[in-house]
Design a binder for this molecule. Structure first.
Ligand code: 5GP
Ligand code: ZN
Length: 107
C-alpha cells in the first residue's frame, strides 16, 4: 500500500514517536492526541480495517491484544486505559490501516 501513511510509518519512511516495535506490530504516539497518552498500535502488515480481517490474521490480532496492556503500562497507564477501534467511514475511521487507539492519563 504505497499511499498508506501507516505503512510508511511502519517502513520508517515517515517519522513517528515509536514506543514499541516487534516483528509484527508497531506502536507510536498519535500526532493529534486526544488524551495525555494517546498511542496507536498497528500491524506492520497492511489491513484496511477491523472489517477486513481474515481467518489467517487471528494469531496476529491475538498477539496485538495481548500487547495492549503491556504497552499501556509501559507508558504510565498502570491504573487503566481506554481502547478504541474506528471501523469504516461510518465508524469515524480516517486512516484505512487497522489501528487500535490506546488512551489514558498516567497515574
Ligand atoms: P482514526 O480516526 O482513523 O481511527 O484515527 C486516525 C488517527 O491517526 C488520528 O487520531 C490521527 O491523529 C492519527 N494520525 C493521522 N496521521 C498521522 C501521522 O502521520 N502520524 C501519527 N503519528 N498519527 C497520525
Ligand atoms: Zn497500510
Amino acid at each position: 500500500m504505497s499511499d498508506c501513511i501507516f505503512c510508511k510509518i511502519a517502513a520508517k519512511q515517515i517519522p513517528a514517536g515509536v514506543v514499541y516495535e516487534d516483528e509484527n506490530m508497531l506502536c507510536f504516539k498519535d500526532i493529534n492526541p486526544s488524551a495525555p497518552v494517546h498511542l496507536l498500535l498497528i500491524p506492520k502488515k497492511h489491513i484496511d480495517s477491523l472489517a477486513h480481517l481474515e481467518g489467517g490474521d487471528a494469531a496476529l490480532v491475538a498477539e496485538m491484544m495481548l500487547k495492549v496492556p503491556q504497552i499501556a503500562a509501559a507508558n504510565g497507564l498502570t491504573h487503566g486505559f481506554k481502547t478504541q477501534i474506528n471501523t469504516g467511514k461510518g465508524g469515524g475511521q480516517e486512516v484505512f490501516h487497522l489501528h487500535i487507539h490506546i488512551l489514558g492519563r498516567p497515574a
